[in-house]
Design a binder for this molecule. Structure first.
Ligand code: CU
Length: 339
């Protein structure tokens, strides 16, 4: 019994050494192929989403860079660099853009591969979050953020026989340069309200910039005069000067429904929303204050946006308020009402 036990062992030993020999040859063959055809190495590309100032007030709503050339079968990993939430989303051609809460029907995040046939989205990402998408087929694919209109990019997926124009170092440099440009840009009209009447404030300012791959925006998520002082009976007018970003002016607790104004808001003849506060304990919510979307041929006409909110203060006191969407970024203010 003892001898018969030895044979299977030595047969197994010989089989293992043969297998190791074959694997070694395959390894050598693979390395040789890599030297001859370096494009066999599937690159893993990296990009950044968003950039922000130290006080979080300036937010670059941008894929950095927003145009990347890769080969079929390769993947891109996006890393979030901002506190403002974004999504990495590829819709199919002709698909109606869904709200970010709806995401892509039937899509589950771990299998993020986009060939143009089915919608792929990351869900809402915050600082430090990552999302990787593999691109198995050639094509030019539009990248969007479902939260921010006008935050778009393009991924050019080429056949491996085609040369790629840039390497990862180029994209890293582009991303750094673009985010620095955004955060240092002097924005025309920011925090100065010459074109507004007295007792007025800007509730957010933004600019959209086009690139060859799509568009990026810079949003200043601040109230222009966070400590405005008026007298009892005065009215303050807030205007949202941002082409794409929505803000609110909210006194008192945040309501459940952020989209619509609270029931104590009326509409002035010029379309601006208006409320009267009689005590610092009163609550009022402007609802979404935002510009109308850009016009596009072939789409139904939409009305002008509601970009203004007015509040009349009848009694002295200190009235703190927030933007209910961006208070976490520090978008807060207060009105000091003197007798
Ligand atoms: Cu806001």
């Amino acid at each position: 019994m003892a001898t018969s036990d030895w044979y299977p062992f030595s047969e197994g030993f010989s089989f293992t050494s043969q297998l190791l020999g074959i694997l070694g040859k395959l390894n050598l063959l693979f390395l040789t192929l890599l030297v001859l055809c370096p494009q066999l190495v599937l690159a893993q590309w990296n990009a950044t989403i968003g950039a922000q100032s130290d006080d979080l007030g300036r937010q670059a709503l941008a894929f950095l860079p927003n145009e990347i050339w890769i080969h079929t079968g390769e993947s891109i990993t996006w890393t979030m660099a901002a506190n403002e939430g974004h999504t990495v989303t590829f819709l199919t051609s002709g698909q109606i853009r869904p709200p970010f809460t709806a995401e892509c029907p039937g899509f589950s995040a771990p299998s993020a591969s986009f060939d143009g046939s089915a919608c792929v989205t990351s869900g809402l990402l915050f600082q430090g979050d990552k999302f990787t998408v593999v691109f198995p087929v050639a094509g030019n694919f539009k990248l969007v953020c479902l939260v921010h209109e006008g935050m778009t990019g393009t991924i050019h997926v080429l056949d491996p026989s085609q040369p790629l124009p840039h390497d990862q170092a180029f994209y890293d440099h582009e991303a750094q340069r673009e985010s620095a440009d955004f955060l240092e840009a002097e924005l025309a009209g920011v925090m100065n309200h010459q074109h507004h009447s007295e007792n007025s404030a800007i509730a957010g300012h933004g600019e959209t910039i086009a690139t060859g791959g799509g568009s990026d925006s810079l949003s200043v998520m601040r109230f222009s005069d966070p400590g405005i002082t008026v007298h009892a009976g005065d009215t303050i007018e807030w205007t949202n000067d941002d082409p794409t970003t929505t803000h609110t002016i909210t006194f008192g607790p945040e309501p459940q429904d952020l989209v619509n104004p609270s029931s104590n808001v009326t509409v002035d003849a010029d379309g601006a929303r208006h409320a009267v506060l009689n005590s610092p304990l009163d609550a009022v919510h402007s609802g979404f204050i935002q510009a109308a979307p850009l016009d596009r041929t072939g789409l139904a006409q939409v009305p002008s946006g509601v970009t203004r909110f007015r509040v009349t203060f009848s009694k002295p006191g200190i009235y703190p308020y927030i933007c209910s969407l961006h208070d976490v970024l520090g978008m807060k203010g207060s009105v000091i009402v003197l007798p």
